[in-house]
Write a protein that binds this ligand. Structure first.
Ligand code: TK8
Length: 335
């Protein structure tokens, strides 16, 4: 026969558990800064992530995207995340190498051959090793999303060989490795925040820029760029950074929900990013861009020319980061 006291204790525990589950989620809205506009596949990812957090939190945890760099560019929005004045930012890794030099490994030219390699490195132990560096600078990386493989556009000429880079004033991200890479290829590289690129191209302040297809389309660069060359010269990951100051105020269940839903968002964002990218060449051609590939032998010359970047920046990136990524790639490639 169960004593009244025991029954009362069981009832109390059950009530706490039920109440606890609800109390685990506070009514909150997390703002997330994006440099691109809402039609970009980042929007698809955030829609999925937000639906997931609402469903898991009983409609208490909301994700509120802000677009077109309205809350700042990659670096300035990341600084706000670090101070806790902004909850989240989707940012490329490249502009953050001044904060975490090891991230520079992802800017090395021709590092990844395809998305499969990138996913395996980023979603595995190596990606975790890089993510583990973020809390020390005031951020938590919830997941690795995708900016994508980068191609080159300009308004002067089709780039069909190494020498065609000569003298092209090329906007690059605020990142020493991209700056050095495009200088080494012969262009006059100019670092610039993403939000300034369209007007710089329109006013011919710069002749060209390089970005994944979806960004070229999303930012309508085709309106101010005649030539698109499929260089596929680098793969840019995207960090889903959450402010550690805010993170530390969350319950374990709120934290777990954000991480789980960031992964749900990641699958959708990568899927749409790749689906869109597959259609981009035809779309950009239809918008009037002249698209060209570079002949394999000529591409080899460009790859050879850019190899020096690995030697020149290996020290700044750090031996451990370089070896972790290269060893993982050897494993993935069965080398
Ligand atoms: C968008 C940027 C963009 C990047 C660049 O916030 O700056 O060219 O490719 O995606 O992160």
């Amino acid at each position: 026969m169960t004593s009244r006291k025991t029954l009362a204790a069981v009832a109390a525990v059950a009530a706490i558990a039920a109440g606890g589950a609800q109390a685990q989620f506070q009514e909150r809205t997390f703002r997330v800064s994006n440099g691109v506009s809402k039609e970009h596949p980042m929007g698809n990812g955030l829609a999925k992530m937000g639906a997931c957090t609402l469903q898991k939190s009983g409609n208490k945890m909301k994700i509120q995207p802000y677009w077109d760099g309205s809350l700042g560019n990659d670096l300035t929005a990341t600084q706000q995340v670090r101070t806790g004045s902004l909850e989240m930012v989707l940012t490329s890794t490249a502009p953050l190498t001044s904060i975490i030099p090891a991230l520079g490994v992802f800017d090395l030219p021709f590092l990844f051959n395809n998305e499969k390699e990138a996913d395996q490195v980023l979603d595995g132990k190596v990606g975790e090793w890089f993510s583990a560096k973020l809390p020390a600078v005031g951020a938590v990386n919830l997941a690795w999303w995708e900016n994508g493989f980068r191609h080159t556009t300009n308004s002067k000429r089709p780039i069909t060989r190494l020498e065609d880079f000569d003298g092209v004033k090329m906007r690059v991200m605020q990142n020493n490795i991209f700056l050095d890479t495009f200088k080494t290829l012969g262009s006059n590289a100019v670092p610039m925040a993403f939000s300034e690129v369209y007007s710089a191209l329109e006013t011919k302040t710069v002749d060209g820029q390089e970005n994944p297809f979806n960004n070229i389309e999303n930012m309508k660069f085709y309106e101010v760029q005649k030539y698109l060359t499929l260089t596929k010269h680098a793969y840019s990951p995207t960090l889903v950074l959450f402010s550690k100051k805010t993170w530390d105020t969350l319950s374990p269940q709120e934290q777990a929900t954000l991480k789980e839903c960031a992964v749900v968002g990641r699958e959708e964002q990568r899927r749409v990013n790749r689906e869109q990218a597959d259609k981009s060449v035809a779309n950009l051609r239809s918008k009037g861009m002249q698209v060209n590939e570079i002949a394999p032998a000529e591409m080899q010359r460009i790859r050879e020319k850019s190899k020096v970047i690995y030697e020149r920046h290996g020290k700044a990136i750090g031996e451990e980061a370089m070896n972790l990524v290269f060893d993982d790639l050897k494993r993935i490639r069965g080398q």
